[in-house]
Write a protein that binds this ligand. Structure first.
Ligand code: ATP
Ligand code: MG
Length: 246
C-alpha cells in the first residue's frame, strides 16, 4: 500500500491532476484491492482447489466439442436463468476442467458458488446424518447460486441399509435447488448407470428428470487429455507410448 501511495505521488507530481482526480485515483485503487480480497475469499470458500480457466483449454485437442456452447456457458447467463448444466463424457475429456473454469469465473463475478466432487458432497451429507446436522448441511448446499457437483460416478458411494441412499440425498438437494438456483454436474458414467451407482433407480431417474427439464446438456465425445499427456511424456523419455484406450 505504501508503495502504491508513493507511486501515486510520483504520478501526481508528473501529471499534476486536480485534487479530486488524485483522490478518485487513490480511492479507486483501494476499492480495487478490497474487491480482489473479497474475490480471493470467495474462491477459497467455494471449495475450488484448482484454478482452471478457458484460456488454458486446448480446443483443437477436442474438435467435436461445441466451443460456442462452452463460451456461451461462460457468460454465466444460465445462472441468471436458474438453468442447470450437465456434462457427460469419458474420463479425461475435460469435463472437470470446464466446470472448474466456469465456477472460477462465477467467483470472480461475485456470484455465490460452491464446488464439490460428488463423493465429497455425499460424504458431507452422510456425516450430517451421523451427528444430527443433516438438515443444516442440506440447507447450506441448497443456497449457492451455482453449485458444481463434479465427477458423479467416480469414487465409492456409501451404502448402509439403515440409511438413505446417495440417490435419496442427491434428489433432496436437487429438488430444493431445481428452478431456484443453478446446479452444474459432470459424470463419466452413462446416465443409465446412475441408478446402480447411487443405489436407487427410481430416485436417480427423478434427479435426471429434473435436470432434463431445464438443463444445458453437453456430451464430450473425444479423446482423453490425460492419455495424450501420458503418451507425450513417454515419448519424451524414450519409452514406448501406451496405446489409446477406447
Ligand atoms: N482440451 C484440453 N486442453 C487442456 N487441458 C485439458 C484439456 N482436456 C483436459 N485437460 C486437462 O487434463 C486433465 C484431465 O481433465 P479433466 O479432469 O477435466 O477430465 P474429466 O473429463 O473431468 O475426467 P474424469 O471423468 O476422469 O473426471 C486436467 O488436468 C485438465 O486440465
Ligand atoms: Mg472430472
Amino acid at each position: 500500500m505504501g508503495n502504491d501511495l508513493e507511486l501515486n505521488f510520483t504520478w501526481a507530481h508528473e501529471q499534476k491532476p486536480s485534487y479530486l482526480e488524485f483522490i478518485e485515483r487513490v480511492l479507486g485503487e483501494v476499492a480495487g484491492i478490497k474487491r480482489e480480497k473479497r474475490i480471493e475469499r470467495r474462491i477459497v470458500k467455494s471449495g475450488l482447489r484448482l484454478r482452471k480457466n478457458l484460456e488454458a483449454f486446448d480446443w483443437a485437442f477436442q474438435p467435436k466439442l461445441d466451443r460456442a456452447a462452452i463460451e456461451s456457458l461462460a457468460t454465466l447467463h444460465f445462472i441468471e436463468q436458474q438453468e442447470d448444466v450437465l456434462f457427460t463424457g469419458k474420463s479425461g475429456t475435460g469435463k472437470s476442467h470446464l466446470l472448474q473454469a466456469i465456477a472460477l469465473k462465477a467467483c470472480k463475478m461475485e456470484i455465490s458458488t460452491r464446488y464439490a466432487r460428488s463423493v465429497d458432497l455425499l460424504d458431507d451429507l452422510y456425516a450430517g446424518l451421523a451427528d444430527g446436522t443433516y438438515e443444516r448441511r442440506l440447507r447450506a448446499w441448497s443456497r449457492p447460486q451455482l453449485l458444481v457437483i463434479d465427477d458423479v460416478g467416480l469414487g465409492q458411494v456409501k451404502k448402509h441399509h439403515d440409511e438413505p441412499t446417495a440417490a435419496h440425498m442427491l434428489f433432496n438437494l436437487l429438488d430444493r435447488r431445481h428452478l431456484q438456483v443453478s446446479t452444474a454436474l459432470s459424470s463419466n458414467i452413462k446416465l443409465s448407470a446412475w441408478g446402480k451407482y447411487l443405489g436407487d433407480a427410481t430416485l436417480a431417474a427423478a434427479v435426471l428428470d429434473r435436470l432434463a427439464m431445464n438443463s444445458i446438456y453437453i456430451n464430450i465425445n473425444g479423446p482423453s487429455y490425460r492419455q495424450h499427456m501420458a503418451r507425450k511424456r513417454a515419448k519424451e523419455r524414450g519409452f514406448e507410448p501406451p496405446n489409446e484406450q477406447t
